[in-house]
Each structure stands twice: as structure tokens, then as C-alpha cells.
Design a protein around this ligand. Structure first.
Ligand SMILES: Nc1nc2c(c(=O)[nH]1)N[C@H]1C(S)=C(S)[C@@H](COP(=O)(O)OP(=O)(O)OC[C@H]3O[C@@H](n4cnc5c(=O)[nH]c(N)nc54)[C@H](O)[C@@H]3O)O[C@H]1N2
Ligand SMILES: Nc1nc2c(c(=O)[nH]1)N[C@H]1C(S)=C(S)[C@@H](COP(=O)(O)OP(=O)(O)OC[C@H]3O[C@@H](n4cnc5c(=O)[nH]c(N)nc54)[C@H](O)[C@@H]3O)O[C@H]1N2
Ligand code: SF4
Ligand SMILES: [Mo]
Length: 729
């Protein structure tokens, strides 16, 4: 095995998987990554790491790496290998033609929280500053968009206030809609350490499934999917009526508390108990534990954000902290758990269709004017109209309104809700560019142009983790074939579009330097950083507003928020049911999520036999009572159906999941077997403000697979890793 080789050199870098952002020590031999260990010197993880990065060497040098640019005139045609110059010239000519005929909003970019900050910045500068379209959105729309809106509304700016160190000071953890044990394991371990060291710590977990995370809870609330707002209002009700409100803090540092009082009054605990299908006493106990705590930290992730009331759920959580003054202090604060390694950097660099770099907004004249000045373009070049958010973007392409789609570092043919919409979009578009490290993927199958991307360890750049800590990732080996860093592909394209000066970056360090100036005097100010400083001083938490400023810790320690008057704003969260509720035809609620050892669409973790072990095929968790009623037995194949489509999976009968609720992981795409894809089923309904889709609740039916369905089942059966079950073109 390659990792027996003599290691030439060890390097420090960041884990390319989850938003915990653990530091790695990586051994390189003969220009290859051969060994991955934890980096004791990284302040966020202190040497710890989970299983996923250990098997990174298995994922980097596979037969399906995309090595050269390729083009084809239409989807059924074979790909032809071309040079980079030819590929870029071809793409630029098509963009020019489409934009001349249909205007700049006929083109769109769809990027990723797995970009480096440099990748994000160059892509955003290109689309929003030079092509004149704000149609740059990212998979963060499927992920953190609801939190982004609520932080801005409530605190005046995006950016989670606490630091990981706060775990060591908290005596109450309120974990809602997050399976930390599976998805943020190193943070979860730190939380368990705290509980061990200080047993009076109360852990509250709110999740319709009794996950590994819920197993450690002192108070576990198996909530009905989608009912969180009622619970949060009821907790506020208890805080108000039992004297836990910090009246001085509310009076001096907040606005609009009356609206929250009114909302809470609608949900006394017994009313919420009925809505949430929870015992009243448990709701009261959870609120009291939060109220009495000296330090309360809330952790939340997709069970909160991926909802048609995702923003309201976020407000409900932030309100608990504002009402009790538990924010900006050691051991306290609302702490959204970022999913991807650099979704935070993406937000800082303006990586959603309504944002501009430095936590700015396309709708603000002042913000556009600052950017236009800095980029040296006329003010009119930056459109005041927000671009299309992910779901609308693909819907517009499916209608024929968007003609050119450039997808980079994300795999929407697996990860978007109701994949049929994405397929219709990709089939209809005149030009589909896919920029990935691998081919084929579910999405590259629909490309006219393939751009080979260098990936983790093959390019340099920075990423920001969940606690606002920025880590420099060095280039450790050469990229295979002709693969290039994402930012460089966007820059070459920018030059081919005629913007030679604006995209003449010599290297990633120069891109970073141009970007960080734009954070100056913003909440996310890290204008004091450079690649050089991060290399020398190690990972640092923003704000770092000058070259001499040290790394920061938590935000809002002086209780002055980022609003014009410095006061935080309460927003009354109103409960509403999920867009699609169970009925006679579809009597169950389907929720979806993740497995501890797989990462998203499996293009990387699916190639490690060790990580695949135990997760070879998709399954659906079913409560024993539901299984009995439907005559379903353990490990039998079942058909899951919704109004969008069907999927076939193995029955996993367990009382971990609530009666009436079923759960499927979403990792498998159609390439691994058409009916393996959970996103054949999911709903495209979105939160009206954040535009984040409701992956966590839709109406579904379940039937055992009988003879007439056998063809479907057989299509689904081969239990092979993604990359082995497909033929490379
Ligand atoms: N192993 C692994 N780790 C990952 C990832 C991965 O793919 N694999 N992906 C990363 C990314 S990008 C993200 S965004 C995070 C996601 O991290 P999480 O959000 O923790 O993961 P999920 O499994 O999507 O969903 C979390 C939980 O929400 C629960 N839930 C569903 N509906 C509701 C509801 O209505 N209310 C409440 N309170 N809970 C509900 C589900 O049962 C599930 O246990 O993980 C990151 N870490
Ligand atoms: N049903 C359901 N669906 C969901 C979710 C859910 O909970 N339920 N969660 C949603 C969430 S939170 C997220 S974040 C998304 C994630 O969904 P995706 O972003 O689609 O998932 P990934 O597999 O991480 O896709 C990354 C792609 O980029 C490629 N890649 C890796 N490194 C590089 C690089 O450096 N450059 C380039 N150009 N390519 C690279 C990989 O090969 C892969 O094809 O899924 C969403 N979909
Ligand atoms: S917890 Fe997240 S960042 Fe840390 S090693 Fe595991 S996947 Fe990587
Ligand atoms: Mo995510």
C-alpha cells in the first residue's frame, strides 16, 4: 500500500470535509498524499480528527479523475479532448453569443462551500462585477441560507458569534436539528468531554430521530418534523413566565421584544406539546435548563435550516439567547454549525446570489458603489437585482430562461431536491459547463464542456470554519493531468471575455490580498491577514482588522450589535406546517440526512472501501409499528414514493425514528442505480425569505417491493461503489 512509502515531508493543512475545520498533518511521498494525521497545533481541533480524512489518499488518484478539458456539441455526442486555450475560448465565445442575444441574466453560475475563498472571490467578481449578472448561487443555499438571513435580521450581520472554546465554559447545550455525533464529530467529542468534566451540564437534543447525538441527551425531545417554531415559542413562554428574562439586557441592547411576547403567548407549553407531539413537562424542563444555565450554547444545522420556516426557526433560537442575555459571553451564544469546510468563507466573499464580497448586498447602492469603485467598473455594471437562488435558477433553466449554466464543485444531479427539475434544466440549456475533479459524475453526464479541477492538496488557498477561523491550505502535490485550481479557471475565462487587467492574478496569494481589503471595517474584517501571515502565525479567527491585530475569539462581547443603533432585533417566529403534509395517499413524513462515514454525493468517500463498510446500499428507517402495519420486514426492499418520484431501499426497522416518520440518507445518486436516489423524492418548496428548500419533510408512502416492481428493484440492486458501477467514456 502506498502509505507504507517513505514520507518525504509532512505539511499542515485543513480537513476538506466538514465545517468543524480540523487541522491535518499530511505526509507526502513521491508527489502523492500518503498519510493523514491530526495536527496538534491547530487551535480548532487540537490534534483530533474523525475517520473521513484518514482515507483521503484513497480518493485522490482514482481512475475517474478528470484530467483534461473536453467538449462536445450536444449531449449524445462523444467528448473530444481539447487544450485549455481551446476550451476557454469555446466557452467564452458561447457566453458572449448568449449574453448578446438574451442579456447577462441568461447565464448563471452554481458553486460550492467547498471552494476556497479565492475561488469564490474570483467567480463572484467575474459574474457580478464584469458579466453584469448576480446569477451566482451556491449549494450553501441548500444549507446555511436560513441562518444567514436570521443572523443579519437579528444581529445586523451574518457570522456566528461564539467560539469552540465556549464549549468548555457552557453548562447547557441546546442541540436542535443537528446530528453532531455523525456530522460534526470532533465538536461533539469536545462537548462530551465538557459533560464528563462538569456533570451538572445539561444536554438537550431536539430531533425526530433518536440519533447517536440524542443518546447522550439529558432531555431528549423527539419532535414531529417541522414543529420546531412552536417548541421555541413555548420555551420562550416558560422563560418569560418563570423570570428567566434578563430585563436589563433586553431594555438596553434589543428592540421589538413585545412581538416575541405576543408570539410566545400563543404557545403555552401545553399548546406546543400538542403541535410538536411532545410531553409538556419535557418542554418546560428544556426551557428551565436553558434559563438557569450560566452558559447556554445552542447548536443547530439542517433540521432547522432546511425548512419552509427555516428563517423563523433560526429566529426562535436566537431570540432565546437575546431574551436571557446569553450572547457575547463565555459559554453562551447561538452557534449554527456550518456544513461544508468553507461555506463560511463563501458567505464572506459574497457567494450567494443576493450578496457581494465583505457581507455586502447587491440591493444596497452604497455597497455596489464601493465594489464598483474598487473593481474600477461603472456603477451600472453591478446589477441591483438579486440573482436567482439555486432552486429558481434550475427552474429558470428548465423553462429555457437561463441558457448557459456553469456548475463548479457541486453535484446537483444528486444533491438538489426533485432531481427531475435539474435534469430538465441541464437537458434544455444551450451550454452546460461542469468543473469537477472527477468524471463521470451524475452531473458531468449532462455537460457540454468539462473543466478538470485541481482539488484539496493540489492547490493553495484559505478556508473559514464554523468558529470563524481561517486556515491556509498549501499546495502539497501537483494536480493530475491538466487540472487547474477553480479560481484560475475563472480568471482565464475572465481574460478571454476581454477583462485582461481585472483577472491578471499571478497566484492565489494575490487573489486573497485583493479580497481581504474588501472586508476592511466590515463585521468579517480580516484585512490584517495574508497567506504569508497565516503561514507564519497559523490559523486565526476573524475579526483581524490590522496586520498587528491578534486572532479574535467571540463576537459582540460589548453587547453592541452590527445594526445601525447597535441594538439586536427580536423577530417573532410564526409556526407553519411543512409545505407538504401527510394525507391518505402519502401517509408518512419523509426526512433525509447523512451518515457518519459518507460525504454528500460520495465522489470521494464512496471510493474508500473502509468508509463504505456498513453503508453499501441505501436504506430507509421505519418505525416497527409502521413496518408491521405495512407488512414490511427487516432488510426487505421497499419502494418509497412521493408526488415527485420513487426510490427503492432496504428496510431498517428501528424505534430510533418516530412513528409516522421515515428517514433516508441522500448520499446515493442515479448513477449508482436510478432508484437509489433519495432526491428523486424530495420537495422543491422553499422558505419564502431564505429560499432554502425543505429537504427535511415531505409526504411519502411505503410499499414492500413485490413482483411487478422487480425490474425497478433489480436496477437498484448492484451493491458496488459509485465509481465501479459505471463505464468511463
Ligand atoms: N459524515 C458527514 N458529515 C457531514 C456531512 C456529510 O455529508 N457527511 N455534510 C456536512 C454538511 S454540508 C452539513 S450541512 C452538515 C449537516 O449536519 P446535520 O444537520 O447534523 O445533518 P443531517 O443528517 O442533514 O440532519 C440533522 C438532523 O436533523 C433531523 N431533523 C429532520 N427534520 C427535523 C425537524 O423538523 N426538526 C428537528 N429539530 N430536527 C430534524 C434529522 O433527523 C437529522 O438527525 O453536516 C456536515 N458534516
Ligand atoms: N435530500 C437531501 N439533499 C441534500 C441535503 C439533505 O440534507 N437532504 N443537504 C444539502 C446540503 S446541506 C448540501 S451542502 C449539499 C451538498 O451537495 P453537493 O455539493 O452536490 O455534494 P458534494 O458531493 O460535496 O459535491 C461536490 C462536488 O465537487 C467535486 N469536487 C471536490 N473537490 C473539488 C474542487 O476542489 N473543485 C471542483 N471544481 N470540484 C471539486 C466533487 O467531486 C463533487 O462532485 O447537498 C444538499 N442536498
Ligand atoms: S470532524 Fe469534520 S473537519 Fe474534523 S476531521 Fe472530521 S470531517 Fe474533518
Ligand atoms: Mo451543507
Amino acid at each position: 500500500m502506498s502509505n507504507q512509502m517513505q514520507i518525504d515531508q509532512w505539511h499542515k493543512t485543513l480537513c476538506p470535509y466538514c465545517g468543524v475545520g480540523c487541522g491535518l498533518k499530511v505526509g507526502v511521498a513521491n508527489n502523492r498524499v500518503v498519510k493523514v494525521l491530526g495536527d496538534e497545533s491547530h487551535p480548532s481541533s487540537q490534534g483530533k480528527l474523525c475517520a473521513k480524512p484518514i482515507y483521503l489518499p484513497d480518493t485522490l488518484h482514482t481512475e475517474d479523475r478528470l484530467l483534461t478539458p473536453q467538449v462536445r456539441p450536444y449531449l449524445e455526442a462523444p467528448f473530444a479532448r481539447v487544450t485549455w486555450d481551446q476550451a476557454i475560448a469555446h466557452a467564452a465565445a458561447q457566453f458572449k453569443q448568449i449574453m448578446a442575444k438574451h442579456g447577462p441574466d441568461a447565464v448563471a453560475f452554481y458553486g460550492s462551500g467547498q471552494f476556497t475563498t479565492e475561488d469564490y472571490y474570483v467567480a463572484n467578481k467575474l459574474a457580478k462585477g464584469f458579466l453584469g449578472t448576480n446569477n451566482f448561487d451556491a449549494n450553501s443555499r441548500l444549507c446555511m441560507a436560513s441562518a444567514v438571513v436570521a443572523y443579519k435580521n437579528a444581529l445586523g450581520s451574518d457570522g456566528p458569534p461564539p467560539a469552540y472554546e465556549d464549549i468548555d465554559y457552557a453548562d447547557c447545550f441546546f442541540i436542535i436539528g443537528a446530528n453532531m455525533a455523525a456530522c460534526h464529530p470532533i465538536l461533539f467529542n469536545r462537548l462530551k468531554e465538557r459533560k464528563k468534566a462538569y456533570p451538572a451540564t445539561t444536554v438537550i437534543v431536539v430531533d425526530p430521530r433518536e440519533t447517536t447525538t440524542a443518546k447522550v441527551a439529558d432531555i431528549y425531545l423527539p419532535i414531529r418534523p417541522g414543529a420546531d417554531v412552536a417548541l421555541l415559542n413555548a420555551m420562550m413562554h416558560v422563560l418569560i413566565h418563570e423570570g428567566f428574562v434578563d430585563a436589563a439586557f433586553v431594555a438596553e441592547h434589543t428592540e421589538n421584544f413585545q412581538a416575541v411576547l405576543d408570539a410566545a403567548n400563543l404557545y403555552p407549553p401545553h399548546v406546543a406539546a400538542a403541535v410538536c407531539d411532545l410531553p409538556t413537562e419535557k418542554i418546560v424542563a428544556a426551557a428551565r435548563a436553558f434559563g438557569v444555565a450560566r452558559g447556554a450554547l445552542s447548536f443547530w444545522s439542517m433540521g432547522v435550516n432546511q425548512s419552509t420556516v427555516g428563517v423563523a426557526k433560526n429566529h426562535g433560537i436566537i431570540n432565546l439567547h437575546l431574551a436571557t442575555g446569553k450572547i457575547g459571553k463565555p459559554g453562551s451564544g447561538p452557534f449554527s454549525l456550518t456544513g461544508q469546510p468553507n461555506a463560511m468563507g463563501g458567505r464572506e466573499a459574497g457567494g450567494l446570489s443576493h450578496l457581494l464580497p465583505g457581507y455586502r448586498s447587491v440591493t444596497s447602492l452604497e455597497d455596489r458603489a464601493e465594489l464598483a469603485g474598487y473593481w474600477d467598473v461603472p456603477l451600472e455594471s453591478i446589477s441591483p437585482k438579486p440573482g436567482k437562488p439555486a432552486i429558481e435558477l434550475f427552474e429558470a433553466a428548465a423553462r429555457g430562461d437561463i441558457k448557459a449554466l456553469w456548475i463548479a464543485c457541486t453535484n446537483p444531479m444528486v444533491s438538489m431536491p426533485n432531481i427531475d427539475v435539474v435534469e430538465a434544466a441541464l437537458r434544455r440549456a444551450e451550454l452546460v459547463i461542469v468543473q469537477d475533479a472527477y468524471h463521470p459524475t451524475d452531473t458531468t453526464k449532462y455537460a457540454h464542456v468539462l473543466f478538470p479541477a485541481a482539488q484539496w492538496s493540489e492547490k493553495e488557498g484559505v478556508m473559514t470554519n464554523s468558529e470563524r477561523r481561517i486556515t491556509y491550505l498549501p499546495k502539497l502535490t501537483d494536480a493530475p493531468g491538466e487540472a487547474l485550481p477553480d479560481w484560475e479557471i475563472f480568471a482565464r475565462f475572465g481574460r478571454a471575455m476581454g477583462f485582461e487587467q481585472a483577472f491578471a492574478f499571478a497566484d492565489a496569494a494575490q487573489v486573497f490580498q485583493e479580497f481581504v481589503w474588501l472586508t476592511s471595517r466590515r463585521v468579517c474584517d480580516y484585512s490584517g491577514l495574508s497567506h504569508q501571515r497565516l503561514q507564519k502565525e497559523g490559523p486565526m479567527q476573524w475579526p483581524v482588522p490590522s496586520k498587528t491585530a491578534p486572532s479574535s475569539k467571540r463576537l459582540y462581547t460589548n453587547q453592541r450589535f452590527a445594526t445601525p443603533d447597535g441594538r439586536a432585533r427580536f423577530h417573532a417566529p410564526l409556526h407553519a406546517e411543512p409545505a407538504e403534509m401527510p394525507d391518505a395517499a402519502y401517509p408518512l413524513v419523509l426526512t433525509t440526512g447523512r451518515l457518519p462515514t459518507q460525504w454528500h454525493t460520495m465522489t470521494r468517500t464512496g471510493k474508500s472501501p473502509q468508509l463504505l463498510k456498513g453503508n453499501e446500499a441505501p436504506f430507509v428507517e421505519i418505525h416497527p409499528d409502521d413496518a408491521a402495519a405495512l407488512d414490511i420486514e427487516e432488510a426487505h426492499m421497499v419502494k418509497v414514493a412521493t408526488r415527485r418520484g420513487t426510490a427503492i431501499a432496504q428496510a431498517a426497522i428501528t424505534d430510533r425514528v418516530r412513528r409516522g416518520t421515515i428517514f433516508m440518507p441522500f448520499h446515493w445518486g442515479r448513477l449508482s442505480g436510478y432508484n437509489k436516489a433519495a432526491n428523486n423524492l424530495t420537495n422543491t418548496a422553499v422558505d419564502p425569505i431564505s429560499k432554502e428548500p425543505e429537504f427535511k419533510a415531505c409526504a411519502a408512502s411505503l410499499t414492500p417491493v413485490h413482483v411487478p416492481d422487480l425490474a425497478l428493484a433489480l436496477k437498484n440492486l448492484p451493491v458496488t461503489p459509485v465509481h465501479m458501477s459505471i463505464v468511463v467514456e
